[in-house]
Design a protein around this ligand. Structure first.
Ligand SMILES: *Cc1c(COP(=O)(O)O)cnc(C)c1O
Length: 396
């Protein structure tokens, strides 16, 4: 059986987890900070905050940016539902904008049209998604967002190691915080780096970073410099002490327990050590797919070879998608469809979104199929996948 995506667990990974299980800390220990600083270095940003999963990361981003009921945020219909759901967690409204049919990414021109059609201040933020691993040009989005006083959360779940080339020719890594206020990653097993469950927020903004640390753990701080209660209250009685007691902490706002455990962080760290190898193998697989699919006239479009693409997914669009999906399953090749357009889920239809709202996203959805794409996919397996796709396309 060949799936569309799969984690790789090496003896080093197992060793790292076992060592942490035998250490003093299962959670809130030193592996968290180690993972965060290694990840920040890998991405090229100042701060990273490890979290229980990517969805928790999105939720805390929205909270840290003070998203409130009645606010409006723009995102893509071609993403995992969580990119939109974080807006709803804060009681704000999700507004979708169509994708660019060539890149499958949120179309900046559609976003601009939305922003220009309403008074400034109508929208608070934009959540672009580096869908499939292809980097959004955030330099352009930043300019647009600044014109309309919007923040940007980059959903980079698909794109650790991905980048776009900025106008000055410099490489801009996905999640590096140079243009987005905050970026998020997921460490679900189908993603590049697996923790079981896990997530990360990256940013260059110190104030947001500090807010996130508090929100991650109940809104509680242990930093005495931030305490607001008087010393007497902290001791529970009148006191001559000039410092807060060792046990003291303050819950200053409503937060959550969205922490990652130390043994998950140990797994993430170990996986991060070979992230570049995994990415190189993904690019190799994409090269092979692209070289074959360029010659297949029955293929409407495909992910192709794009500089800076991190290839979480390799997508092809074909007319007979459902038939191809079933045919490949009969050959034990388990492809997947990413994604059912978010606006067409019954929950979002209940807000008035409907079929026909986003023709590019819906056309894409009609034809798209994500092919096997993971570092341990062997050459033989890929040859087999390609052979079966060709044989299906040429039998009609
Ligand atoms: C996986 C994913 C998420 C959510 O991450 P979890 O860790 O599963 O909560 C959010 N957005 C996108 C685009 C994803 O692929």
């Amino acid at each position: 059986m060949i799936p569309y995506g799969k984690q790789q667990i090496t003896p080093d990974d197992i060793q790292a987890v076992v060592e942490t299980l035998q250490s003093d800390f299962l959670t809130q220990g030193p592996k968290i900070a180690e993972f965060e600083s290694a990840f920040a270095q890998y991405i090229g940003c100042k701060y990273a905050v490890a979290l229980a999963n990517g969805t928790a990361a999105l939720h805390l981003c929205a909270l840290a940016l003070d998203l409130k009921p009645g606010n409006k945020v723009i995102t893509s219909p071609i993403t995992f539902a969580a990119s939109a759901n974080c807006v709803r967690y804060c009681g704000a409204d999700v507004v979708f904008a169509d994708i660019d049919p060539d890149t499958y990414l949120l179309d900046i021109n559609k976003v601009r049209a939305l922003l220009e059609a309403s008074p400034k201040g109508t929208y608070q933020g934009i959540i672009p998604v580096d869908f499939a691993g292809r980097a959004v040009n955030l330099e352009e989005f930043r300019k647009l967002a600044d014109e309309f006083d919007c923040w940007i959360i980059e959903d980079a779940c698909h794109a650790p190691g991905g980048f776009f080339e900025g106008s000055n020719g410099a490489k801009q890594n996905c999640g590096n915080g140079n243009y987005a206020d905050l970026a998020i990653f997921s460490f679900h097993p189908v993603k590049h780096i697996a923790c079981g469950e896990g997530g990360m927020i990256t940013t260059n903004d110190e104030a947001l970073y500090k807010k996130l640390l508090k929100l991650r753990t109940h809104g509680i701080t242990r930093e005495s410099g931030l305490f607001t209660n008087a010393l007497d209250l902290a001791y529970g009685s009148e006191s001559d002490n000039t410092a807060y007691p060792g046990w003291y902490m303050e819950m200053q706002e409503l937060g959550f327990n969205y922490r990652l455990t130390d043994f998950q962080a140990a797994l993430g760290l170990s996986q991060l050590n070979r992230a570049d190898q995994g990415l190189a193998r993904r690019i190799e697989i994409a090269q092979k797919y692209s070289s074959v699919f360029e010659k297949e006239r029955a293929i409407i479009s495909h992910s192709g070879l794009v500089n800076g693409h991190a290839y979480h997914l390799y997508v092809i669009c074909v007319e007979k998608r459902a038939e191809l999906y079933s045919y490949l399953r009969s050959k034990q090749i388990f492809c997947q469809v990413h994604y059912i357009p978010v606006h067409l889920h019954p929950y979002y239809q209940s807000f008035g979104w409907k079929q026909g709202d986003f023709p590019n996203a819906e056309n894409y959805y009609r034809n798209c199929l994500s092919l096997p794409m993971f570092p341990t996919l062997t050459d033989e397996e890929q040859e087999f996948v390609i052979k079966e796709i060709k044989s299906f396309l040429n039998q009609a």
